[in-house]
Each structure stands twice: as structure tokens, then as C-alpha cells.
Design a protein around this ligand. Sequence first.
Ligand code: PGA
Length: 253
Amino acid sequence: MRKRLIAGNWKMNMHWNEAMTLISELVQKESEGNWRNADVTIIPPSIYLRSAFEFLKNSGSKIELGAQNVAATENGAFTGEVSASMVHQIGTSLVLVGHSERREYFAENDEALVNKIRCVLDQNLTPLFCCGEHLDHRNSGNHESTILHQLESVVFEFTADEVSNMIIAYEPIWAIGTGETASPQQAQEMHAFIRTSIQKKFGNEVSNKLRILYGGSMNPENAAELLAQPDVDGGLIGGASIDANKFQAIIEA
Ligand code: PGA
């Protein structure tokens, strides 16, 4: 049985006071609500990770922390970069890799993504690898081949053991931040396709265990139906994750 994971990607949002307020609201909701059916991870800007870690630890929360990005190399003269070991040491357990915004705005290519995942795994952190197609790929019927190519050029570079420590998020780019969502049927189809592709390459054990999250305008209204799909094992939530009420509603959906 795969336990559901709800991960909140805050992106580059919220100033210090707002971020700390949101964390304390979430801890409050966790203590009052029913969060037993899901693991919950928040992914704030890196600069907030240490304070978030201390707050969560001191309040006995089970909420885990993720980083939005790490460098593709372990250390050295790379001004402005933050390494996987740095985020690991301050209490992070997961790292996003391959988010479409990183691919598009920061020109992260497959080679960089492979190197990042390597750094993340070396620190015993969990890589959350994102894949997803543009609208024109879907409209031309090439959505599956696009996803397969993204898996082949990054995930297939690793061993079955390594892949069993990863999580994958299917995030159709046309649904990210647009208010438009994949239908539950579209999501299920793509998640099943990803699981089958992993099964063919790495076998049943890895594919059955793999958590595949859906991302792209998930909100309290559509979460229950998306999460009810057999191959949808959770959500990677952007916009709705910086509102404590909405995030809680998705966790409890
Ligand atoms: P969204 O973002 O929920 O705001 O569409 C999802 C994501 O980018 O991970």
C-alpha cells in the first residue's frame, strides 16, 4: 500500500512573517485535523528551511521539509548555489528536481537533472522528479512520448535501487498555475503510463512501490476526485499550498 503524499511547493512566495505564520497555522491544523492518511511535506524557499525545521521540531509536528532546488554539484566555487548536503544538514528530507519552471526559466537540461538527482541521493535525500508535457504535445497526441522521453533521459540513468528511493510528479505544464486541471481520467491515464514505463525498465517491485503525485492546479474542489484514482498517490500543490485552509482541505480530501 502506497501512503499518500501531499507536498506544498511554495515557490518564490511569502515574506518571512507570512511564511512563519503559515507554518504555525499548519501545525495548528495538523493537531486538530485528521492527517493520518497522508504524509505532508512543505517546500518553502531555501532561506526559510532552518527556521521551519526548528519550528516543526519544537512543536512535535510530523510535517517534513523539502527544498525547491539544489546545485548539480556538491561544493566549490558556484556563487549563489546551495548544495544537497547543505539542505540535508539543516533538516530537509526531499528535493524537487526537474520542475518545469526550472527547466524553462533556468535552462536546466537532462544532464543537470541527472547530476542533481545524483547529489540528492548521495545525501540520502528523496528526489521528487517532475515531468510533464506542454499543451501542444497533448494536442498533437504526443503526451506519452514526451513523458517517456523525460523518464528515459533522467530516471532511466539510475539503478532500480536508486529509483526505489525516488518520487515522481506528473505535472502537465498547461495545468500549472493556470486554474486548468487534468481531468481525473487524464491524470489516471498518465500515472498508469508512468508506472508501466517504470515497471518495464525496473520491474514490479520498484513500480508498485513508486509514489506518483499529480501537480497542476490541484485545489480543495478537485482534489478528492484526482486523489481517488488508483495510480495517483498524492499531490504536488503550488498556489493552494500557501493558504492553510486550502492546503488542509487537500490533505483531508
Ligand atoms: P499549481 O502549481 O498548483 O499552482 O498549479 C503546481 C506546481 O507547480 O508544482
